[in-house]
Design a protein around this ligand. Structure first.
Ligand code: G3I
Length: 348
């Protein structure tokens, strides 16, 4: 029994993998990835700051291992991500004197990066998160350096360059909170405008960093209906469900290690998840997957953001030092109750 087999009539099932996992350093995690998943995404290894840290320096050592891992295991191998406001070195936007680049110079730099990276993995990486997180919560375009210097068309340029580098690769727009009505409407406007200009865009990635209360299922359902109406595929690209309370801004600024009450409130299960919360997580996974299954005709892939609870970024966000339980496999790579619940819920 495996996730990939169980959902094989609906969508691919995958995981983000980190550098250690691409290097196969842990035998049991390696066996789990190969047994359970048929698609992978690099958690960090293809980000600009990792592969292109200086103007004339590329470092493909980790990304090559990642791509080889996907090829060796016959997995649909995803590229993440080409153009993002985050994890991109400052020099990208500056000339040698530290002055902001002109539009033409930044476009040339973007094209060179995309051409170099996408063509290196032509035919091996099958789908790319071309542009990541370009939208504000109200659906307008985020005021990133990319947009400030190039203008709104930085997005269509990125897709056009990626398509030129590998015409067979699928190209995606990826973002978080795409279940929120205003933000999904903004994404739909963006995708329609690309389509109207003849820019190749094949899918939208809904990241899926969820909690026990968000998203509302009807909002998720509506967003998936909206994206299907555009004739593109949808993907759940970074799925995890936090069981911890989300801290207020004041709490995020506090020193959790010095405040026992806060520690207890924000990190309530440091020694393991009690049965009631395991059950809540199982029920939550079941209900979000019921929405995914309803939309299986347009959803091509569901990817978890990490293999097991130990390697989830959510232990450190929005504050460090918490113990979260957002995935289907525990810190010893054992399937959690949520896994068994999913694997016994009939798929339509
Ligand atoms: O590997 C270094 C280590 O050598 C160093 O000592 C340490 C000190 O901070 O940092 C380590 O790198 C960290 C890396 O995660 C690996 O753990 C980076 O600081 C940290 O910024 C990085 O965070 C990643 C984050 O993106 C930023 O790139 C998370 O792992 C990764 O899960 C997260 O993923 C993003 C998606 O790309 C886009 N959508 C949201 C998602 C969650 O934030």
């Amino acid at each position: 029994k495996s996730l990939k087999a169980y959902f094989s009539t609906q969508f691919l099932v995958g995981s983000a993998i980190n550098a250690q996992q691409a290097k196969r350093t842990e035998q049991d995690t390696d066996a789990l990835i190969i047994a359970q998943f048929n698609t992978i995404t690099p958690e960090n290894e293809l980000k600009w700051e990792r592969i292109h840290p200086k103007p004339d320096t590329y470092d493909f050592s980790l990304s090559d291992e990642y791509v080889d891992y996907g090829l060796a295991n016959n997995m649909f191998t995803v590229g993440h991500t080409l153009v993002w406001h985050s994890q991109t070195p400052e020099w990208v936007f500056e000339d040698a004197q530290g002055k902001p680049l002109t539009r033409a110079a930044l476009l040339a730099r973007m094209e060179e990066h995309i051409q170099t990276v996408v063509s290196r993995y032509k035919g091996k990486i099958k789908g790319w998160d071309v542009v990541n997180e370009a939208l504000n919560e109200d659906g307008s375009l985020r005021d990133s350096k990319w947009r400030q210097i190039i203008g709104d068309d930085f997005i269509e340029k990125a897709f056009t360059y990626a398509h030129a580098a590998d015409p067979d690769a699928e190209l995606y727009y990826n973002d978080y909170n795409l279940y929120k009505p205003e933000k999904s409407a903004g994404a739909a406007r963006l995708i329609k405008s690309l389509q109207n200009k003849g820019v190749p865009v094949h899918g939208v990635g809904l990241q899926g960093h969820y909690s026990l209360t968000h998203p509302a299922l009807n909002e998720l359902d509506d967003a998936l209906t909206l994206f299907a109406s555009l004739g593109i595929e949808s993907m759940i690209t970074e799925l995890d469900i936090s069981v911890l309370p989300f801290p207020s801004e004041a709490e995020q600024g506090a020193d959790i290690s010095q405040d026992l009450a806060l520690q207890k409130a924000l990190n309530p299960y440091p020694n393991g998840l009690p049965k009631a919360q395991q059950d809540a997580l199982s029920a939550r996974y079941k209900e979000v997957f019921s929405v995914f299954s309803k939309h299986h005709a347009s959803i091509s892939r569901v990817t978890f953001w990490g293999v097991n609870d130990a390697n989830s970024w959510r232990n450190d966000w929005p504050m460090r030092g918490r113990t979260d339980y957002p995935l289907l496999f525990d810190r010893k790579n054992q399937p959690k109750p949520a896994y068994h619940t999913l694997m016994t819920t009939p798929v339509r």
